[in-house]
Design a protein around this ligand. Sequence first.
Ligand code: FDA
Length: 396
Amino acid sequence: MSDANQFDTIVLGAGAAGLFHAGLAGQRGRRVLVLDHAKRPADKVRISGGGRCNFTNLETRADRFLGQNLHFAKSALARYTPWDFISLMAAHGLTYTEKHKGQLFCDQKSGAIIKMLLDECEKGSAEIRLSTEISGVTHQDGRFLVETRSGAVSGQRLVVATGGLSIPKMGATALAYDIARQFGHDIVETRPGLVPFTFSGELGEKFAAISGVAAPVIASVPGARFEEDLLFTHRGLSGPAALQTSSYWTSGEPLSLCLQTSEDMNAALRAAKQDSPKQTFVKALEAHVPARLAALLAEVGPIAQDARLADLSHAAIDEFAAFLKDWRVTPMGTEGYRTAEVTVGGISTDGLNQKTMESRHVPGLYFIGECVDVTGWLGGYNFQWAWASAHAAALA
Ligand code: FDA
């Protein structure tokens, strides 16, 4: 094999983690090659955060992540923090705005983050080969041989950063899991995360009828509780409250929705009964939730919508207030990998060194980014994991 195809490090995947790793490793003096089957690098960075890339979260902590070993991510996250990425951006003249709950968005849009990642690769003389199909990987005499349609390349280290299964239309594949299995790693069962819920039947029709309505709720499933906005859609439920809980949801289980986020609805409805006894119940409810949602709640809840407040007993109001605190709805499913922002599960962290992301089975083999069984909440956590895990492997 010619020298032109021999490298210190071969990175599979020119996404967030792969590009970031390549820049760092190249700048540490390694000869780096990045391979990707896509025509353009980092397409998910491009579309992320509505085109403004929610690149990190100031509240980054290990408990904002899911995975079988919740401690695994701690080391990498502690050694590369949101402030490290902010400093790198500042060095490239990029600024940010904090939007909601610590979420940082790039003022110059996501294209500027991609340019920064590519500039860092150039600084490290990392070579990037796009539109390159990978047909197999072998390990012989301490080196990795990667077969591609345009010939074989070899590297002393192989860094797998080909991401998870979400959005196959954007080129997501199971390559990372296949390579992991080939080298003896276990895969924690994968499922779509940060994904809208779908509903069928009468409730599905009711949600579709108020599609576009949003309301603040506390959404919970066993093990998770999020106070965020919920959005009713033609297919079911979306918005941050639904996306966050979807990562923790078990098929067939109900979600609990609490619509009393700030007010004591019991006291408010009792006061309304006192002040305007002739008002209909649904009209009184409209003072607290959007009108179309009020009508839906009155249809599915325990009080008839045309009931007058004067005719309602305190017990009936108590019952309705309790319903608003814990409205149980059971999704039919989720929109799946087609629209999921992330993949929950992935390469088991049991087989990886938490300081370096190196395989415990094969020296020189690393897994970084979303392919690992570390999944962040909505809000910049997944990119922070991509940067931190890429950094940990580059320092190794
Ligand atoms: P990533 O998916 O970025 O990169 C993998 C690369 O590998 C891709 O370039 C792909 O083409 C390549 N590849 C895959 N299979 C291959 C194969 N067989 N051969 C060759 N190459 C292959 N997160 C966040 O923190 N803030 C946000 O704002 C958003 N927003 C967002 C919006 C949408 C619509 C999605 C789908 C996702 C997000 N995310 C997010 C999640 C975030 O994009 C994701 O967690 C990271 O991009 C993961 O980085 P990786 O580098 O691990 O994979």
